[in-house]
Ligand binder design. Structure first.
Ligand code: ADP
Ligand code: MG
Length: 208
């Protein structure tokens, strides 16, 4: 597949829901180590609500789809990750308004806008041991591969997210619930960086 259209974007979101359901237990186990054992349930609940909504009425275009995803995550996911991922998708929706298709550069712009929304809300930086540690390297990889077809760039982007996710293990958390543990948060992979990697791998699998 070359570019992302509303059909492929819908497929990405459904695939993400499938993956988050499969990985629910693992995400919750990661959150049990440095949080409150709810990240898997939070993500699965949110994305199941999303698939119910878009299954009932197919969104007209990509902007409408991402707006629905964002609003649904904000209203159905408790905890820090709901508003953060919700804002991420709302901002992606705003960036894709009026576009029928996204090529690599347009997807890089959309991802950057989504990340900016997370930063605006959560005020985290790289190496704070959050979802941004997966998302920021993923966005950089897209820029580095901007001239490549979306399938190739998305694969590089997912691989960078996964490297960023693994790199959260030794970090001491400086944001979110895990930061209450201080030094004891080191030695565990961040749940949010893990779910973010799953979303970006699902994206790469959708466009390949
Ligand atoms: P909660 O921490 O409220 O229980 P979740 O368990 O669903 O919410 O999500 C936890 C994840 O949220 C963390 O692993 C981290 O990646 C992410 N997170 C927490 N605070 C922030 C923040 N300020 N900015 C970015 N991501 C954050
Ligand atoms: Mg939690």
């Amino acid at each position: 597949m070359s570019n992302l259209d509303v059909g492929a974007a819908t497929e990405w979101i459904k695939k993400s829901a499938d993956v988050l359901n499969v990985e629910k237990k693992r995400l919750t186990e990661l959150d049990a180590a440095i949080g409150d054992s709810d990240h898997g349930e939070n993500m699965a609940r949110g994305f199941n609500a999303v698939t119910a909504k878009i299954g009932a009425a197919a969104p007209a275009d990509m902007a409408a789809l991402f707006k629905t995803v964002g609003m649904t995550l904000i209203t159905t996911v408790g905890g820090a990750s709901g508003p953060l991922y919700g804002t991420f998708f709302l901002e992606i929706g705003k960036k894709t308004a009026g576009k029928a298709e996204l090529d690599t550069l347009a997807w890089a712009d959309a991802l950057d806008a989504g990340i900016a929304g997370i930063v605006m809300r959560g005020k985290a930086e790289l190496n704070d041991k959050t979802m941004l540690d997966a998302l920021l390297p993923a966005a950089k990889a897209l820029r580095d591969n901007a001239a490549k077809p979306l399938a190739e760039a998305a694969d590089a982007s997912a691989a960078s997210a996964e490297a960023g996710m693994a790199a959260t293990i030794p970090l001491v958390a400086r944001k979110g619930r895990a930061s209450y543990l201080g030094e004891r948060s080191a030695g565990h992979q961040d749940p949010g960086a893990t779910s973010a990697s799953l979303l970006l791998r699902a994206f790469a699998d959708t466009v390949k």
